[in-house]
Ligand binder design. Structure first.
Ligand SMILES: Cc1cc2nc3c(=O)[nH]c(=O)nc-3n(C[C@H](O)[C@H](O)[C@H](O)COP(=O)(O)OP(=O)(O)OC[C@H]3O[C@@H](n4cnc5c(N)ncnc54)[C@H](O)[C@@H]3O)c2cc1C
Length: 305
């Protein structure tokens, strides 16, 4: 049976890992989703002001130790890029570029690093004019149109399946040698004449005049142009506001507004660390937020069941 985690933590920095330590130690099933090799802790080469390390410690080493501590209590880890949350499902669905994960509660701890600062060529220009991040939201506009999807994993496969109800022609440009998703969905897509799955693809540029008209794609190293009216992107290129604003109230800097127990305005969703709208962004404050969020989740799940 598909796992439903008590808690999914998005972000494996000090905030997320502290939440994971508290909650997995309380016997909750916990998954930490982490995009490898990014995050402030990864970049902090020497931390001299985190208590307990009189000689200082590198950020990477501190993160590794926190991770081992979380693993000791049973926390699981998934290397993946976070793509969003489906809050209207129960349990909630956390979407990544690899798999979608079911969660009774969620802590967002993605740090201050701006997601999607580097957009694809043409992405920002045609956002809302053919470029979209959500087929479930915009699929109905694609009736009788040629559409494209870019990415990898369960999310893109499910979104493509949804589009088969509307679109005339569907290109799925996969960023690898195979599409890693549910076998039944894959078979349905493969057997649908209007669906074409193209592997080893990398988007080069989205082009058009007033609206999207073509997508230039590099396939096995060779550039080709496809005439498309829609491009649905599942590549982690949403900026913080696009990514987090779907399920949390943000301040003017795109940071999540929480109450003093780290709750967002959505039930069961919490935020911790540098991603939160607050005054100080340090390891100590991230750890403090992670503690509060973890304790709130424990209380939430105990009182909910
Ligand atoms: C160069 C530098 C030096 C610093 N020096 C110090 C210091 O000396 N002392 C101090 O206290 N603080 C220091 N800081 C600040 C400190 O590192 C941060 O305050 C702290 O790491 C915040 O922890 P966090 O868990 O909130 O976020 P982060 O450490 O930023 O971790 C964020 C996590 O989220 C994950 N993530 C982000 N986006 C996604 C996504 N889309 N999908 C999946 N995962 C995602 C990342 O992989 C990462 O694991 C420094 C920061 C920098 C950049």
């Amino acid at each position: 049976m598909e796992a439903i985690y008590d808690l999914v933590v998005v972000g494996g920095g000090p905030a997320g890992l502290t939440s994971a330590i508290y909650t997995s130690r309380s016997n909750l099933s916990v998954l930490v989703i982490e995009k490898p090799n990014i995050g402030s802790i990864h970049m902090a080469h020497q931390i001299d002001n985190y208590p307990g390390f009189p000689e200082g410690i590198t950020g990477k080493n501190l993160q590794k130790q926190m991770k081992n501590q979380a693993k000791r209590f049973g926390t699981e880890f998934l290397d993946a890029t976070f793509l969003g949350v489906d809050i209207y499902d129960s349990p909630k669905i956390v979407k990544t570029d690899k798999i979608n994960v079911k969660a009774k509660s969620i802590i967002i701890a993605t740090g201050w690093a701006k997601n999607g600062e580097e957009k694809l060529k043409g992405e920002a220009e045609f956002l809302g004019k053919g470029v979209s991040y959500c087929a479930t939201c915009d699929g109905a506009f694609t009736r009788n149109k040629t559409v494209s999807l870019f990415g990898q994993g369960e999310e893109i496969a499910e979104e493509a399946l949804f589009l088969t109800k509307y679109s005339e022609k569907i290109y799925i440009f996969v960023t690898g040698e195979k599409l890693n998703c549910n076998e039944n969905i894959l078979k349905t897509l493969e057997n649908d004449d209007k669906v074409e799955i193209i592997f080893n693809s990398k988007i080069v540029e989205l082009k058009g005049k007033d609206v999207l008209e073509t997508a230039e794609v590099e396939i096995d190293g060779e550039k080709q142009e496809f005439s498309v009216q829609y491009a649905f992107l599942y590549l982690g290129t949403k900026n913080s506001t696009e990514l987090l604003g779907e399920f949390a109230t943000l301040d003017e800097d795109g940071l999540i507004v929480t109450d003093d127990a780290m709750k967002t305005n959505f039930e069961g969703i919490y935020a911790a660390g540098d991603v939160v709208s607050k005054k100080a962004r340090q390891v100590t404050t991230a750890v403090s937020d992670g503690t509060l969020a973890g304790m709130e989740v424990i209380k939430y799940l105990l009182t909910k069941q």
